[in-house]
Design a protein around this ligand. Structure first.
Ligand code: SF4
Length: 282
């Protein structure tokens, strides 16, 4: 028996709803009635994984899963793209756009209720260096760009001191919408949003990721919360990439005495990338 078109639409809407919750697989309970006609297939929208995979079929093959064990499972495991499956440089901007399209006017977590603009990420899709912060602040929320306030100016200075321009790196955050009063994102918010960041990292495939602050470090390391002092000063392996952890620029604005410690962290990144730093003015 064919389903009434209105019922079909309702079923499709329900499937989309579950999909937004991160539920992708459906199983029918019990045996179908012998006399029942097969139900028409429900059309499920193309997921970002499938869409990006169209751009580069090898990209999402045989990847292990990345999970954040301490947090609610609001989303399915996220792929970590192996080093061998990188996109061609010319395809990366398009793949990032597909991820942005997938996010849409996102209401997947409570932060959507108070944000002005989604802050997707910014920079060179082929960057060798990728910075990850915690979440947008007031300036970022107003402009839709990451790190454009006072902390952003300090980050720009840090990038320049490394011998790079801001346009040569990629910058993103753990959550793409501003938490009210700039509070730390709740686990359910970060856990819902981080998969998009991981997809972005999988497309850009930087040689080095610098986590700015403990929230970025926590989620990039899989959810294990540890003090920054226990994580700084060495190179971690995360998402098949070298991960260096340093202070968030907002913290450095509050405590400038820690800038020299942050500079030591950035020098580790420079060494990995073979950067000599900003040339002295002659
Ligand atoms: S923070 Fe991320 S998951 Fe939450 S509403 Fe914004 S884009 Fe969606």
């Amino acid at each position: 028996m064919a389903l009434d078109p209105e019922v079909q639409r309702a079923v499709a809407a329900r499937v989309r709803y579950f999909r937004d919750l991160g539920i992708f697989d459906f199983y029918r309970r019990g045996e179908p009635l012998a006399a029942a006609e097969p139900e028409p297939p429900v059309e499920v929208p193309l997921s970002v994984t499938a869409a990006v995979a169209e751009v580069a079929p090898a990209l999402f093959e045989n990847f292990p899963s990345f999970e954040t064990p301490s947090m609610a499972r609001a989303v399915p495991p996220v792929p970590v793209i192996p080093p061998s499956a990188s996109l061609a440089p010319a395809e990366r901007a398009g793949a990032l756009q597909l991820i942005r399209d997938e996010i849409g006017d996102c209401t997947r977590c409570p932060l959507s209720a108070t944000r002005n603009k989604i802050v997707f990420g910014d920079g060179d899709p082929n960057a060798r260096l990728l910075f990850v912060g915690e979440g947008p602040g007031a300036d970022e929320d107003a402009q839709g760009l990451p790190f454009v306030g006072r902390g952003g100016q300090l980050l720009n200075n840090m990038i320049n001191a490394m011998g790079l321009k801001r346009e040569e790196v990629y910058i993103a955050n753990i959550v793409k919408c501003r938490p009210p009063q700039n509070r730390v994102p709740e686990p359910i918010e970060a856990n819902t949003c981080t998969p998009f960041l991981l997809q972005q990292i999988g497309v850009v495939r930087p040689e080095v990721i610098v986590a700015l602050g403990s929230t970025a470090a926590t989620y990039l390391l899989g959810g294990a919360k540890r003090p920054l002092s226990a994580l700084r000063g060495r190179i971690h392996e995360a998402l098949s990439t070298k991960l260096i952890i340093t202070y968030h620029p907002a913290f450095l604005l509050r405590d400038p005495s820690q800038k020299k410690e942050a500079w030591k962290d950035l020098q580790m990144a420079m060494k990995e990338l073979g950067l000599k730093g900003k040339r002295a003015e002659s």
